[in-house]
Ligand binder design. Structure first.
Ligand code: BTN
Length: 250
């Protein structure tokens, strides 16, 4: 087993500079590393986000990837991004002693007052029998710095929210809130976390656009159901479920 004890059943390896922590974690996972290892780097030179975007990764921010070997049905594995985002929101709220209350934008963003604070990037390897052999959850948090105009959405950082912390402190807080969330997910899937997730949902009851493979869809964001699917009320009044895409709040 690789790494030093991080607490709450997690281990940690740290680097000064890497391409992407997801790549390092993936290599370790493919070579049989047991679940529970975080790989953290001070900076990434090729950090990546969802949908093929790059992820600016300067020193002072948190860039970490967690190896998991989820034992729930493969169709449910993607809901781990919802659960990890929830754990991160709880960790930030606790670190700020309640002054910062992050919200969650389906499926993977943590926001403060409508600006993106953090994102989750899940990557998985198949086991050859239709299941998931390993999952790497990449977690990027704007701790000291936010990209601002470099990205086409509003961003913020913990520093901009008045919270001074090191990336390591944020990771330790995340490990503490992540452990109970992962245990609950393992026992009951996203359904067990849904009420807590919805209590932080950004945009509920509001018009949104969902950007997805078959083109954008507009509707009112009504729900995230027990399977983790986004439920939009279309102009026709029909309630439609989506399992992938990116929500843009109107
Ligand atoms: C997103 O919101 O688009 C997801 C961003 C995920 C960024 C993290 S930083 C650590 C890990 N390594 C990467 O290259 N990406 C993820």
């Amino acid at each position: 087993m690789t790494g030093t004890e991080l607490g709450h059943g997690f281990r940690l390896v740290e680097h000064a500079s890497v391409g992407s922590t997801n790549d390092l974690a993936r290599d370790l996972a493919e070579r049989g590393e047991p679940e529970g290892l975080f790989v953290r780097a001070d900076r990434q030179t090729s950090g990546r986000g969802r949908l093929g975007r790059s992820w600016e990764s300067p020193p002072g921010n948190l860039h970490a990837s967690l190896i998991l070997r989820p034992a729930r049905p493969p169709a449910e594995v993607a809901t781990l991004s919802l659960v990890i985002a929830l754990a991160l929101a709880q960790a930030v709220e606790r670190l700020s002693e309640g002054r910062v209350r992050p919200q969650l934008k389906w499926p993977n963003d943590v926001q403060v007052a409508g600006a993106k604070l953090a994102g989750i990037l899940l990557e998985m390897g198949a086991d050859g029998r239709g299941g998931c052999a390993w999952l790497v959850a990449g977690i990027g948090v704007n701790v000291a710095w936010a990209p601002g105009d470099a990205v086409p959405y509003r961003t913020t950082s913990l520093a901009a929210q008045g919270l001074q912390a090191t990336p390591r402190q944020v990771l330790e807080g995340l490990a503490a809130s992540m452990r109970p969330q992962l245990e609950r997910w393992q026992a009951g899937g996203f359904a067990a976390a849904r009420v807590d997730w919805l209590a932080r949902a950004a945009g509920l009851g509001r018009p949104v656009e969902l950007r997805q493979g078959e083109g954008p869809v507009s509707g009112i964001l009504r729900d995230v159901d027990r399977s983790g699917a986004l439920c939009l009320e279309l102009a026709s009044g029909e309630l439609t479920r989506f399992s992938a895409g990116e929500v843009v709040l109107a």
